[in-house]
Design a protein around this ligand. Structure first.
Ligand SMILES: [Zn+2]
Length: 778
């Protein structure tokens, strides 16, 4: 092969390559197609359950004993598993989530660590876990009591069936187990466990993930097989529960489900107060008072009591137990007239905050979540006080919020506590009822729930200090280092900055959809449609994406792609503003205008210096050098100019003369997309007379050129100022390029950063000190 031929071949190859690159469609408005699963008979293209949608069911009958002396749970259970799938199952998978606390847990092995100059005892203990957690399984038997073949794989257990479980068939399993209850505050945290109160030597138990639970078998994943590593929460099958919980006689128990034997476990007074609470709509009724709780704290019962609960169509079961509990409740009426009991249990350490706010926050949450979704379908909704955490289960959640010893508390504690209760009670809707797969997608429940939490908080109090929701609250995260930002559509365990990724950003994205892209009416209709389509079912991300479009006729492919599949941020730059006026051709107007412009035009330094020099020029000294052009003024209006103008006017149509007469102001604006995310362009124009006008341009303006677009805006009045995104609704990360004339938002700096220690005086304490000072000065 000659050299020339070789070059020719190379050119051909390169030409081919570049043609290929050009053929790839990078348009952010291209159809969201390859990213989504193909619709089928189980999940249709509209985002609804398909005509052959199915899901499994697992029913549980359990007997549980809480050993308060040794902090252990003992349990037996019978699981009835219904195979509603069209598939024959050779084995069943069971989740053993307690095993995340086993000494050989992968959650310890795979957590990264480094040595620091200063290491806390707690930090060191995390390097060498010593708590012996995890399920100790005594047996797994079939319905007839015959041992089953099992294989434990870390936090999962496979149960081999002697013969395949056919479609429509049901099988029974019997299990017996126990485990050591972790102390949540000293054994490395956790969503459930015990809390020890040294002062009165008592425990408060919040118990969850406490029994072997059926894994989900589903049309789009098969068996759920992601191990529990600690972040991706739980994906579970719906079923009915019948649970007997044996605890010390002096404990009060709050649980998923309805109490079946109040006569065995409650006093006559408690039962009477509970009846009163059912009719209470404004103020909660105290069922067990603080004084009674303090009495109970002083001794320890030796006898036990068994509390019996039943729950229908729930995906999980949890409970709380303690002799420290105070208990209050009120009724919340649903649209069909049924009454849900909003209830709280808390130790005295939560008062006076808890008796004032907890149950009311539960009732308020049910009211507003119902408004945006559906009636709350369960008979009770509990809020349980537990230090440091917020964690949700069906009908019951564990929430932080403790006061100082003097009964005062900070604003942060107050609003944090109300916020966490709204959030965790809200989880009843997502994911307890609209049952998405938390192990895969944290954002599907946390993001949607944080969004509704924000709406509910804003209905609690005008200006409620919500941490997340509005677009501008996510700006700092989105403009951060992209090395440490994941797309929202990332598995729960692999996400950087889980709080911002799975709570903050999707909540902001939904709020932007509601306020800016779709509008409240269309959004609320579509969102409610999604909630109702998937209540008591298992939706996937595509079901949400599709339903929101399907029910609104708003093309959101670009929005889901930009906000959920990329880490792009929003930064639209108002790059240039060019004002234009019509050339009137009127010599008197135009000549005067041109003269004005010439006078205002900048001059170069030599022109300025020559004009000012004292020495005369040649033509100033010798008048013979001067001719017609020495005094000719091309901007002087002549008779001929006027005649020509009259002729021009006569040749115009009536419409043309009207446009000329209106003499509007035209502004050509050019926008550059610096961040990558396409978004609507919202502009506020301020006119010379001080009035303003807002124009909203849909994101589709970027559909052919998503890097730079121009648009002309005509006005009757002269524009003196333009602001891009004036109401902070697009999460624009750099507002310095949002103004015409350009404006830079001033930054502040501290002269020096004084170190302020934590745990100082709260404003309630400061106000008390202030009052005491006033008193002593009198
Ligand atoms: Zn949450």
């Amino acid at each position: 092969m000659t050299r020339i031929a070789l070059l020719f071949v190379l050119c051909l190859t390169l030409g081919g390559l570049s043609a290929q690159t050009e053929n790839i469609n990078n348009n952010p408005f291209r159809q969201l197609y390859t990213e989504l699963p193909t619709p089928n008979v189980y999940r249709n293209a509209a985002g609804a359950p398909g005509h052959e949608y199915w899901q499994q069911q697992a029913d549980y009958v359990m007997e549980i004993r809480l050993d308060d002396a040794n902090q252990r749970i003992y349990g037996t259970s019978k699981i009835t598993y219904h195979n509603n799938s069209p598939d024959a199952l050779d084995y069943l998978w069971i989740q053993l989530d307690q095993n995340v606390r086993a000494l050989d847990s992968d959650s310890y092995k795979t957590s990264t660590s480094r040595m620091n100059d200063r290491m806390s005892l707690r930090g060191l203990s995390r390097l060498e876990p010593s708590f012996d957690g995890g399920f100790k399984i005594d047996y797994v038997r079939d319905g007839a009591g015959k041992p089953m073949q099992t294989t434990v794989v870390k936090t999962m257990m496979r149960v081999d069936l002697p013969k395949a479980l056919l479609p429509g068939e049901t099988t029974d399993l019997q299990l017996k187990w126990w485990y050591n209850i972790n102390n949540r505050l000293t054994d490395g945290g956790g969503r459930s466990g015990s809390e020890y109160f040294e002062e009165d030597d008592n425990f408060l138990y919040t118990i969850a993930q406490f029994f072997p639970r059926m894994a989900v078998y589903i049309d789009n994943e098969g068996w759920q097989n992601k191990q529990f590593l600690g972040s991706g929460e739980f994906t579970l099958t719906f079923g009915d529960y019948d649970v007997k919980i044996t605890v010390p006689e002096d404990h009060l128990v709050a649980s998923t489900g309805t109490l079946q034997n109040p006569n065995d476990v409650l006093t006559r007074t408690q039962r009477r107060r509970l009846e009163e609470a059912r009719d209470a709509r404004v103020e909660p009724v105290i069922i067990a008072t603080q004084a009674e709780a303090i009495e109970r704290e002083k001794t320890k019962a030796t006898k036990e009591k068994t509390w019996h609960f039943k729950a229908e169509n729930v995906r999980d079961f949890a409970f709380a137990s303690s002799r420290k509990f105070i208990w209050d409740a009120m009724g919340v009426e649903q649209s069909d007239g049924s009454v849900v009991m909003a209830m709280s249990m808390y130790p005295k350490e939560g008062n006076p905050l808890w008796e004032r706010y907890s149950t009311k926050a539960v009732a308020h949450t049910l009211k507003w979540y119902t408004h945006f979704t559906f009636d709350y379908p369960y008979p009770v909704a509990w809020s349980i006080n537990a230090a440091n955490i917020g964690m949700e289960y069906p009908m019951i959640c564990f929430n932080f919020g403790r006061v100082e010893e003097d009964g005062t508390y900070s604003e942060r504690t107050k609003y944090g506590m109300i916020g966490v209760i709204i959030h965790e009670v809200g989880h009843n809707y997502f994911p307890m009822i609209v049952n998405s797969d938390e192990r895969q997608w944290t954002w599907m429940d946390e993001g949607l729930n944080t969004f509704l939490q924000y709406l509910t908080e804003q209905q609690w109090e005008r200006g409620y200090p919500s941490r997340r929701g509005p677009a501008n609250k996510i700006v700092d995260y989105m403009k951060g280092d992209k090395e440490f930002i994941s797309p929202i559509m990332t598995n729960s365990e692999s996400v950087w900055q889980l709080g911002n990724n799975a709570y903050g950003k999707p909540a902001a994205a939904l709020n932007i959809l509601r306020e800016t892209v779709m509008g409240r009416e269309l959004f609320d209709y579509a969102f409610k449609k999604y909630a109702n389509r998937w209540k008591f079912k298992h939706p996937a991300p595509s079901d949400l994406f599709r339903t929101m479009e399907d029910a609104s006729a708003v093309d959101l492919d670009w929005f889901w792609r930009g906000w959920f599949f990329t880490t792009d941020h929003v930064d639209i730059n108002l790059a240039s503003v060019k004002p234009y006026r019509i050339n009137t051709r009127n010599p008197e107007v135009e000549n005067a205008l041109t003269r004005e412009m010439q006078q205002e035009a900048p001059r170069n330094i030599s022109d300025i210096r020559y004009a000012e020099q004292e020495q005369k020029t040649y033509d100033e000294e010798d008048a013979n050098l001067r001719d017609f052009y020495s005094s000719y003024d091309p901007l002087e209006t002549t008779m001929l100019d006027k005649e020509e103008y009259e002729k021009y006017l006569a040749g115009l149509s009536e419409e043309e003369r009207a446009v000329l007469a209106a003499n509007k102001y035209y502004y050509e604006l050019t926008f550059k997309n610096e961040g990558g995310l396409v978004m609507p362009i919202i502009l506020e124009f301020t006119f010379e007379d001080g009035t303003t006008e807002v124009q909203r341009i849909p994101a589709e303006i970027w559909r052919r050129n998503w890097k730079e677009v121009s648009k002309v805006f005509p006005f009757e009045k002269k524009v003196v100022e333009i602001e891009l995104d004036p109401y902070l609704e697009t999460a624009d990360t750099d507002r310095n390029n949002n103004y015409y004339p350009s404006r830079t938002e001033t930054n502040r700096f501290d002269l020096f950063q004084s170190r302020r220690g934590g745990g100082g005086e709260n404003p309630m304490q400061r106000s008390m000190r202030e009052k005491a000072r006033e008193g002593s000065n009198r």
